[in-house]
Design a protein. Structure first.
Ligand code: MG
Ligand code: MG
Ligand code: MG
Length: 317
């Protein structure tokens, strides 16, 4: 890092996307730790855009890791974006921040006035990329850091079952499990998803927003949420309540459509709840048929690979 940068700002925040998921929170922590060790400094600070979700809370508690500070805005700050690159998903004030770097595993929709370091790999999680960097630069990984990164990879790849999970992810899951001293990583994965689907005390809005992304398409703004569960029973009977809340959200935040995927990771399929101006176009894109604004689709596991691309193709033309 240049001297000029150091005097401009004494802290560089490493931060994931809005409505943070485990990978984005873990990436902020693990990448800040990596950068501090690599550059022998302490300027890199992990931060989050808002309240952490149930899976993240479970993992931070289990491995005794501090929760990063919540940053309402990064206006005037120096930042590294992890686990996202689109401004629509970034923390408030991003237009007035100095972006130093981007590290991500999503499709790119990013342009910037200055040349900066951008590292994108089409791997299953941001933490797979970060672990790769630790290895490449021979940076020591503490046990708790390995456990955190492992948990994030397991969460993002749905315990290595998602179509987004690559051979590299599988190899690194095994390595991280060894480093973390985790004997049964599948059991850890199930624990994470159990924590995540512990929704009895969550409001419908909290469920919708627990892992939620905005997409600005030509037809209008889409909000797509996903909850992944090991027990579909937790959601049974709450569909009407969820749809009602999605309808409210659609109106208050001027969405073209709000979609919620309830993914059963054991059955490997998803129930799709949708509130949309033109539901038949959503049906066409996803190749489903709604009954009461909902449909089940076998094999549907990934928002990133199986929903966002077909929705973008249909609604961004
Ligand atoms: Mg994420
Ligand atoms: Mg991710
Ligand atoms: Mg995810």
């Amino acid at each position: 890092m240049s001297y000029e940068l150091r005097v401009m700002s004494n802290k560089i925040y490493v931060i994931g996307h809005k409505t943070p998921d485990l990978d984005s929170v873990a990436a902020a922590i693990s990448y800040a730790n990596y950068k501090n060790k690599l550059e022998n400094t302490d300027v890199y600070m992990p931060a989050v855009t808002g309240e952490i979700n149930l899976a993240t809370k479970f993992v931070l508690d289990k491995f005794n890791i501090d929760k990063p500070k919540i940053l309402e805005s990064v206006s005037g700050q120096s930042v590294i974006l992890v686990d996202h690159n689109e401004f629509s998903q970034a923390v408030n004030g991003i237009e007035k921040a100095k972006i130093i770097e981007v590290l991500d595993h999503h499709k790119m929709d990013f342009s910037y006035a200055d040349p900066i370091d951008i590292l994108v790999r089409a791997w299953g999680s941001s933490n797979t990329i970060i672990y790769h960097l630790y290895k490449a630069h021979n940076i020591k990984i503490e046990k708790d850091m390995a456990a955190l990164m492992l948990s994030a990879v397991l969460d993002d790849t749905i315990i290595a079952k998602s179509p987004t999970c690559t051979p590299i992810d599988k190899e690194y899951i095994a390595e991280l499990a060894r480093l973390a001293g985790v004997e049964d990583w599948q059991a850890l994965g199930i624990e994470i998803f159990k924590a995540k689907s512990n929704i009895k005390d969550s409001s419908a809005l909290e469920i919708i927003k627990s892992d939620y992304k905005d997409y600005d398409l030509r037809a209008g703004k889409f909000g797509i949420g996903q909850v992944e569960t090991v027990d579909m029973g937790d959601f049974k009977g709450r569909e009407a309540e969820l749809l009602e809340e999605m309808k409210k959200l659609k109106e208050s935040d001027s969405y073209y459509a709000v979609i919620l995927l309830i993914t059963d990771i054991l059955k490997q399929g998803s129930t799709v709840l949708t509130v949309s101006d033109e539901p038949e176009r959503v049906e066409k894109a996803l190749e489903i048929k709604f009954d009461n604004n909902q449909a089940y689709k076998e094999g549907l596991m990934s928002r990133k690979k199986q929903v966002a691309p077909v929705i973008t193709e249909e609604f961004d033309k």
